[in-house]
Design a protein around this ligand. Sequence first.
Ligand code: ACM
Length: 538
Amino acid sequence: MTKRLSRTSLLGTAVVSLMALGLPAVATSASAAPAAAHPVSERTVADVIPAPVQAKANPKADFTLSPLTVIRTDFGASPDTKQVANYLAGLLRPSTGYPLPVIAAPNFGWPAISLVLGHADPSAGTEGYQLDVAKSGVTLRANTATGLFEGVQSLRQLLPSQVEAKTVQHTKWTVSGGAILDYPRFGTRSAMLDVARHFFNPTQVETYIDQLSQYKINTLHLHLADDQGWRIEIKSWPNLTKIGGSTEVGGGAGGFYTQAQYTDIVKYAAARHITIVPEIDMPGHTNAAQASYPELNCTGIAPPLYTGTDVGFSSYCVSSPTTYKFLDDVIREISAITPGKYFGVGGDEAHSTSAADYATFYSHVLPIVAKYGKAAVGWHEIATVTPPVSAVPEYWDTSGTNADVVAAAARGNKILMAPANKAYLDQKYNVDSPLGLDWAGLVEVKDAYDWDPATTVKGVDKDSEIAGVEAALWSETISTSDNIEYLAFPRLLGDAEIAWSPKSTHNWDNYSQRLAKQGPRMTAEGIDFYRSPQVNWQ
Ligand code: ACM
């Protein structure tokens, strides 16, 4: 209990003083300088982040886009293949100014970027791809549309960084020559965004989705309910958003997603091969719901709304049937508009729920999740209740030892790794960071890269026991897209690489050089990233 409470007491001071001074919590370190072109020789297939499984550069095989280049799919290509082709055209047209028509036809010898579904090396699996850049054209092969999409993200990095600009740029649009064969180490490459402490509107979430997909993140976990806010419309319990959604940390206006808006976010993410995992935190972190409905409190009295940053003071009424009727409605309504397999059941820091009540609570809730066709993902504390093996405990602690998590892994639960001292994007980079917390320590760019999911929890050391990696961004100190970008970038790229790339590629010196080359790219995209002194930025 003490650890996170001590962090929040520190935090309370930081946030209050920033706000008292009337200072916008805006990061200022990203350079506004225009992206400098770097020679193509400095931008090879081996520079891609996350590092590919195999990459062979061939400087004699550069391909150059021209006004005649076409984006080609096979004749009769599936709609999801065409969607990837159109997505690629949408990326390349604004900055090149070229028409880049998407054509479904055999290759009649056009200068083409060809997207071919099937015929990829079997090792590419369901998310990997093969990318071949030759003088005559680019061929991207994958066994699935998802693999094509991930290959497009690599292809993007083989072009000059100005390709990311939203207006026409004048440069030679050279694609670095060579060959890549690539596939992920872990199936779950996740980011978590806390939209409860501060609300982020659908456009802000979609901007983050675009940024995440660029680095092959395939899961966005939305933390939709906490003490400070309830952020998703539940039609059968309208006060959740009317009252519980009406504020946020610091007392701002808060907000929420209607079910239609949430559905749009899910679709936007799906078009970028990202699955949304909705989380409703429970049985603690529940003040916003309990302020909305007195019957969710054992006292029968609704507490006031809460805009501070303490944790551990709230709990649903475990002994009341109304609690489970309520959660059945919530899980039913959200599951109905969530195509993904997982529903997030929270479970962290339930300091006001006894261990016995915690177990009783989940003995009611986990079957509800199953009833609505979902598997549970929860913070690692849920490992204590012996959830079904379909459940994914998410390790967020820093100690590296946890007998309940080890026992869950031994039973067959896959563990998602988000160690706070490595993978929490909300921790400060250094003592002077204008945003972020520091209860888990300072997390510089090198710290965020220098870890391995298979040595994070002693006794959970096989890749087969690990679902993947999550980079978590809590929002006590952030309220704008610039703020998100400052804390997430560039640390997110490290987590993306740890989740995707073979362990054998792990090397800070090499990574930091590749990361340096992402600087002009992020700048061209308008990403307000932290220019860490650990990186020799271009
Ligand atoms: C957490 O950081 N309380 C999951």
